[in-house]
Design a protein. Structure first.
Length: 72
């Protein structure tokens, strides 16, 4: 089987974002409306997002541009 799909938070469609862990339609729209993001802290500052959710995004294949391996 193929490895986990990577999804660029800054360029993915709303539907692709919805496929990420714990991201429904409302959170996906929040991401779309507020991008681009330079770092994960900008996402934790959004309503409905916290560090735990951002970790779930990262573990679920979400990344920001070339910062795929960024650590906290």
């Amino acid at each position: 089987m193929a490895s986990q799909q990577k999804i660029n938070i800054n360029t993915a469609s709303k539907d692709a974002l919805i496929a990420l862990p714990k991201i429904g339609e409302e959170r996906a729209q929040t991401l779309v409306d507020n991008r681009p993001f330079d770092n994960w802290d900008e996402i934790t500052d959004l309503p409905g997002f916290d560090e735990g959710l951002v970790r779930d995004l990262q573990n679920g294949g979400g990344y920001l541009g070339e910062e795929e391996e960024e650590e906290w």
